[in-house]
Ligand binder design. Structure first.
Ligand SMILES: Cc1cc2nc3c(=O)[nH]c(=O)nc-3n(C[C@H](O)[C@H](O)[C@H](O)COP(=O)(O)OP(=O)(O)OC[C@H]3O[C@@H](n4cnc5c(N)ncnc54)[C@H](O)[C@@H]3O)c2cc1C
Length: 474
């Protein structure tokens, strides 16, 4: 049993509890929960300190206001995402295919067109720009093959690729406006940043990481629904996975306990959170580098790690959903998936429950689209979201039963999403610090994963890796 708090003489819990365990895990997202599960299985005493009042971090069931939820954060999994699939299976969470029958909508320069996704191009819309898009995508795939997964700084051309943004590269490798838009949209829909915000090397590593030990990563696996990362959903919502894992950990998780400081003194680490101070031998910080930077480390961390955390910003992402009596777009022969170059939403999916008993459209508000809504009232956000859905799916989209909205870029304990990204110069100068432990402080989080970094699968993989690392060190 793990002591989770001292009691005061009155028998009531003391205001400032204290405890002592082998390992403190900071953060109850998928990476921290997985690390805790494995460390407990290895016979270690563990306490997870979580800032929020719930587990799951970037995996969250957004309340729809009628007692049900829809994924406000991570949602899809796909082929080669074996570790999240295994965890979900272990937790008894079933899966079902993302709705993908019919045509997708492409909206560019005020024109709406429909396209099938079972052709050679998969999810890529057949814009005229495709003539020079395909060579650009082939070139990207070829460069990504030369990136050692998870160690992009070791690529032969790392210096060159890390000295330019994806925007710089794409402008010199595509001529048409259509191809440029689609390359920008590739970055927006996978990373939720504009292509000028991210290093080419980072994007190449992201492509390389979209696979597993026996299947090299590909662009297709990142962007496709069928055969790609958006292929499958979880029955009851993705949040069932962290909720059930957290339930198994029981009182080894303490909620509403944001960690403020980590102090290393000889072989003892003191982790101070709101309401509780815990001493331990090793600590796992299981979150993105940008959010790990909010913790006060004493003594100061090595400069490579400290400055990495200053340089790894989060993308800007929100989800807007509208609930309808029926998934009306299905009757119109549409998948519910769309790509758009204007309006508040640049990509959509059908988020309806498996039985299609009601229709839920989900739209991503990415990068500058969501920042433009800073300070907007809930009514303004709703109007912007519904205007976008109407342009893509017609007038039936104007009158939903209800809507919901979740933005991540102003969440205190996430700071954005789906993932931290590296601007030019960061991976080659600071990249190795992503995973290198600093004495008894170990780092997890999807950003540290080799395969499927940025995804739930990467989070689970990072938790498994860090638990093995800590077990070996103890
Ligand atoms: C809108 C959105 C859509 C996404 N879509 C997908 C998708 O379809 N498929 C997919 O695979 N992935 C998707 N992702 C990415 C996925 O959510 C993440 O890769 C994954 O959940 C990260 O898990 P993590 O444990 O690394 O980090 P997190 O989930 O961020 O967990 C970190 C935890 O640490 C806590 N914390 C932070 N600071 C402190 C502190 N000081 N003290 C204590 N606790 C702290 C946080 O509250 C959080 O619970 C999406 C993300 C977003 C935001």
């Amino acid at each position: 049993a793990v002591p989770t708090g001292a009691t005061s003489p009155s028998g009531l819990p003391a205001r400032e509890a204290s405890a002592s365990v082998d390992v403190v895990v900071v953060g109850g997202g998928l990476s921290g929960l997985t690390a805790a599960r494995d460390l407990i299985a290895a016979g270690r005493s563990v306490l997870v300190l979580e800032a929020r009042d719930r587990p799951g971090g970037r995996v969250y069931g957004m309340p729809l206001g009628d007692g049900t939820t829809s994924e406000g954060g991570a949602e899809f999994i796909g082929p080669t995402q074996n570790r999240i699939a295994a965890l979900a299976k272990d937790m008894g969470v079933a899966t079902f295919p993302t709705y993908n029958s019919g045509k997708n909508v492409y909206y560019r320069e005020g024109k709406r067109s429909l396209y099938a996704t079972d052709g050679l191009l998969g999810a890529v819309p057949p814009d005229w720009g495709v003539l020079d898009l395909e060579p650009a995508l082939l070139s990207l795939g070829g460069m990504a093959k030369k990136v050692p997964v998870g160690e992009p700084w070791k690529a032969p051309d790392a210096e060159d690729w890390d000295s330019q943004t994806f925007h710089t590269w794409s402008r010199s490798h595509s001529l048409s406006a259509g191809a440029r838009f689609l390359l920008d949209e590739f970055v927006s829909s996978t990373l939720s940043v504009r292509s000028k915000e991210v290093s080419l090397l980072y994007v190449l590593n992201y492509i390389a990481s979209a696979g597993d030990e026996s299947n090299p990563g590909t662009v297709d696996r990142l962007i496709n629904t069928k055969g790609g990362g958006q292929e499958t959903r979880f029955v009851g919502g993705s949040q069932e996975v962290p909720l059930r894992l957290a339930a198994r950990l029981g009182d080894r998780i303490r909620y509403n306990a944001p960690v403020r400081s980590i102090t290393v003194d000889g072989s003892t680490v003191t982790v101070a959170a709101d309401g509780i101070t815990v001493s331990c031998k090793r600590v796992v910080v299981a979150m993105s580098p940008a959010i790990a930077n909010k913790i006060d480390y004493s003594p100061a961390l090595p400069a490579a790690r400290a400055q990495l955390m200053q340089r790894y910003p989060m993308g800007s992402i929100a989800k807007f959903v509208a609930v309808y009596d029926t998934p009306f777009w299905r009757a119109d022969g549409l998948t519910g998936q769309a790509v758009a170059d204007s309006g508040a939403i640049d990509a959509t999916f059908d988020n309806s429950p498996p039985d299609g008993s009601r229709g839920i459209l989900m739209g991503f508000m990415n990068q500058s689209n969501i920042r433009k809504l800073d300070g907007a009232s809930p009514d303004d956000v709703r109007a912007a979201g519904l205007a976008a859905f109407t342009a893509l799916f017609g007038d039936k989209a104007t009158s939903p039963v209800r809507t919901a909205f979740q933005r991540w870029d102003n969440e205190t304990w996430s700071g954005g999403g789906p993932v931290g990204v590296a601007p030019p110069g960061v991976l080659t100068e600071f990249g190795p610090a992503l995973r290198t432990p600093c004495g008894p402080i170990h780092w997890a989080g999807t950003e540290t994963s080799t395969f499927w970094t940025g995804y739930m699968d990467g989070a689970v993989r990072s938790g498994e890796r860090v638990a093995a690392e800590v077990t070996a060190a103890l």
